[in-house]
Every structure is written in structure tokens, then in C-alpha cells.
Write a protein that binds this ligand. Sequence first.
Ligand SMILES: [Zn+2]
Ligand SMILES: [Zn+2]
Length: 245
Amino acid sequence: MNVRDLKKLADVAAALIYPPRCPLCDRILPFGEQICPCCREDIVYEREPRCMKCGRSIRREEGGADRVYCRDCEKHPHVYDFGYCLADYHSVARAIYRIKYRNRRESARWFGREIAGCLGKEITDLRPEVLVPVPLHRSRMRKRGYNQAADIALGISDRLGIPVRQDLVIRQKNTIPMKQSDNAQKRRNNVKNAFQLCTDDVKYKRIIIVDDIYTSGSTIDAVAAAFRGAGVAGIWFVAIAGTHL
Ligand SMILES: [Zn+2]
Ligand SMILES: [Zn+2]
């Protein structure tokens, strides 16, 4: 038996012990499948007209195609350059919940690959040197055992080959989880100075920050601020889902 056969056998064994589940509905999938075809149709992908800053679709009530930025980004300037969200939050909310609280790490990885599949050109055109997942505070990391943003980043890396660096920045402040009702100002205060670089000498000039949900952008801005302070010129982000306050 050669190495390839062994690898295939290992995959089959792993699939028997941990049968792959659909990232959307959580049902066990037939071997070799990654998502139920009908579930993929349920994902509402962000589409044009997109906000040129945060990448969320500009809703009709906001003025649709007549606007360059969404209402949030028009009101509030951001530290990051711009970014992309894959899908509307409501269509993937349960999937993200399971990624965060039900140990569905493989789903996070699938979403990363999906981000690469749908936004690959946009991402590679930026010529990023590294992907930087938004870090968890060490106490939450201990409790959860994994950082879902890192799994998403690894999924992107699987397809685009951009390295993932989890050791550049830490979350030094254990921020309180925000509720949907919390406003943008409260969110900004919550994450202010929450992140600190692990090195004085960041040798990268172009980075993409990776997170699961984009709401007000305050978390991405706080991470971006740390890198800006170190002279990083190009700072973009990608997220699975964009939602509005
Ligand atoms: Zn499904
Ligand atoms: Zn926006």
C-alpha cells in the first residue's frame, strides 16, 4: 500500500469516527460531500452593490446602487482599508453558532474555503503576505479550546496558500461578548486597546485580518490599529458574515 492509499484509508477511517456534517444544517453528509446542495442554496451571499468599505451588501432602504458606502461606514471612519463579508448573517447564523459553541471546527474550515472560492480573486489581488485571525483572550481560548477565526483562516489558506500567523497579536483584554442591541460606541469602547502586538518588529506590509462575524467593525478596527501603529500599510479583512446593528 502506498502513501496515497494510506492517506485515503485514514480519511475513510476519520469519516467513520467523525462523520462530516453539513456546515449549514449539521446533518451527517454522504462520504465525499461537503455541504447539502439545498443548504448551499440557502446561503445568502453578499452581492453588489457592496459597500466599498465593509463589503456588506447595501440594502435597498439605504439607497442601493446609488451609494458607495453603507450608512454605518459613511457615519464612522474605519482604521482598516476595506474588507469583504461572504454572506448575510441571518442565512448562516446557526452555522456560526455551532462553529463557536459546538466544536464544529470543520465547518469553520469549510467557510474559509468558501471565502477563498467566492472571493479568491479579490483576496489575491491585494497581494497579502499573511492572514491574521482575530485572537481570543487566553481565558476564552482555554474554555473553547480553539479559535474559530484561525480555523476560517486555515480554510482560506488551504485554497490560496497564504500563510496564517496566529502569533503576531494577542487579545490582552477579556472583552465582554456584545449583544445585538449594543450600539457602535459601546462596541468601540469595549475593544479599545484590547489587542497588543507580540513583537515590535512586524515585517509585513500587507495583511488580511480574518474573523467570523462583522457587525460594527470595531473589533477589526482595534486589531488594525495595533498593526497600523507598527507601520503596516495595507490592512484588509474578510469575515464569514456581515450583520447590521
Ligand atoms: Zn445541510
Ligand atoms: Zn460599510
